[in-house]
Design a protein around this ligand. Sequence first.
Ligand code: PLP
Length: 357
Amino acid sequence: MKILTEELSPDRLKPLVDPAELGFGRYFTDRMLIRRFKDGRWDDPKIVPYQNFTLDPAARVLHYSQEIFEGLKAYAGDDGRIFLFRPEENARRMNRSAARMCMPTMPEEDFLACVTSLVVAEKRWIPRATGTSLYIRPPMIGNEAALGVHPSDEYLFFIILSPVGAYFKTGFKPVRRYVEDVYVRAVPGGVGDAKTGGNYAATLLAGALAEEKGFSQVLWLDARERRYVEEVGSMNIFFVFGTKLVTPALSGSILPGITRDSVLKLAPRLGYEVEERPIGIDEVIAGIEDGHLTEAFGTGTACVIAPVGGFQYKRRDYTITGEEVGPVTQRLYDELVGIQYGRKPDPFGWVKEIGRL
Ligand SMILES: Cc1ncc(COP(=O)(O)O)c(C=O)c1O
């Protein structure tokens, strides 16, 4: 594989954005990467100016949602080094999602080379302010022009980049979540453990209804019994019982988060016990009521760790930590963010240096 780069004249470069204005996913860099799959093989990727696609209106993705994507970040260290965090895990998950959605896989080293080349080409866009980063979004779509429910013959893989601001603008504060006991995110035997767009479309209505009630995100329960906790918004969830961390076991309808896996590996080194098992909402409520459940937090690339302050379940409010961030949540956040920005020792070799600003 050889990555080709199309010239982009300097007068076409966009102005950089003030880090305080960035938010999430609103600005995109000057270039993108595209790679096509046709006649059973991948072509050479190209880095081209950021541009619109031309898609046939019959493109299968527009009708049957044959689409997958990934999400990871590039971080600027204090000394100007550029880091990715466990990008090979994104390459692997992309291939698992591809297999589930009848799409072609890509050698992991190709995925990593595509991500690295584009980020390095666009390094002037990596913001340096604390908590900011360059979000990397690699999707793949089935773009063969044909109707009928059948896997596409042709695919388009692409990568776009978006400089993003600090996630916790108003401070690292716990937020209450709405426990959704009508709608579900994913079903056993479905595609909940693949990172495919339809999973997110399926959450929009519940999210909007929760927002009307004053909650920014929902806590998802399992589809069979509406009893076992699955995820929170588009994050994995952890419950803290003193020094023990419990997270739902990967049931097939939960996305295997890379931040989740990192917490599971890091926490024992910090002296916490970890458990992956089914956890019922009744156990969560009982734990809050008797004080054994001391903290809860969500994990994901966008926020790293998001403290959860409590829940509303069947019209009753349950508060865990009030406005306070618990010590376990804070410690895990500090450790993980420290590793990602190259400020703390990286005992697992998670951080990959890909260049300098
Ligand atoms: C549904 C869902 N769950 C969990 C996660 C967290 O995964 P990760 O830690 O790999 O970002 C994400 C984000 O990618 C997600 O979309």
